[in-house]
Design a binder for this molecule. Structure first.
Ligand SMILES: CC(C)(COP(=O)(O)OP(=O)(O)OC[C@H]1O[C@@H](n2cnc3c(N)ncnc32)[C@H](O)[C@@H]1OP(=O)(O)O)[C@@H](O)C(=O)NCCC(=O)NCCS
Length: 135
């Protein structure tokens, strides 16, 4: 298993296949214009993939805040590869590469992060229910 920075040419198709297989709320990234926007976000964020041969079996996408902290937006492990602590390995890679900075996760699965032993740090509120515009 190799964890390395995301490479759009090598990883995009397999990563989107993983999102397709996951379904549920992740499908929001797959609408025609959403997919294009998300592909851009993957490339402009700090994104790491876990790869086994040519298959992307997990990824983490985050953004730094000019040295003030790092915010993890997405963490996904392919269903077939769960139970091997890949999620933690991906988060460890973020922690290692942003050494010394606080790392925060925007969580949808609190029990998972609590199980990893991370302390809670605030909540997220939706100020505007955006429609995806914004050019
Ligand atoms: C959550 C996720 C990233 C964990 O993947 P993983 O690295 O394969 O994690 P593992 O299956 O190895 O589990 C590690 C530990 O977390 C626990 N865990 C896994 N998923 C969990 C969940 N949804 N809720 C609570 N605990 C969970 C496991 O029981 C395991 O505990 P153990 O060490 O005592 O055995 C993966 O299940 C996933 O991609 N889920 C869908 C997307 C998602 O929910 N992403 C995170 C929200 S932003």
């Amino acid at each position: 298993m190799l964890i390395r920075p995301y490479d759009r040419v090598e990883d995009e198709a397999s990563l989107f296949d993983m999102i397709l297989q996951e379904g549920g709320g992740w499908s929001e990234y797959l609408g025609p214009s959403d997919r294009h926007r998300y592909a851009t976000a993957l490339a402009s964020s700090t994104t790491y993939v876990a790869r086994e041969d040519a298959v992307v079996c997990g990824y983490v996408r985050c953004r730094g805040d000019d040295g003030l902290g790092v915010y993890v937006h997405d963490l996904l492990v392919r269903r077939s590869h769960r139970g091997r602590h890949l999620g933690r390995a991906l988060l460890d890679r973020v922690r290692a590469d942003f050494g010394g900075q606080p790392v925060y996760v925007l969580s949808d699965v609190d029990a998972y992060y609590e199980g990893l032993g991370y302390p809670r740090a605030g909540s997220v509120f939706r100020v505007v229910d955006g429609t995806g515009g914004g050019g």
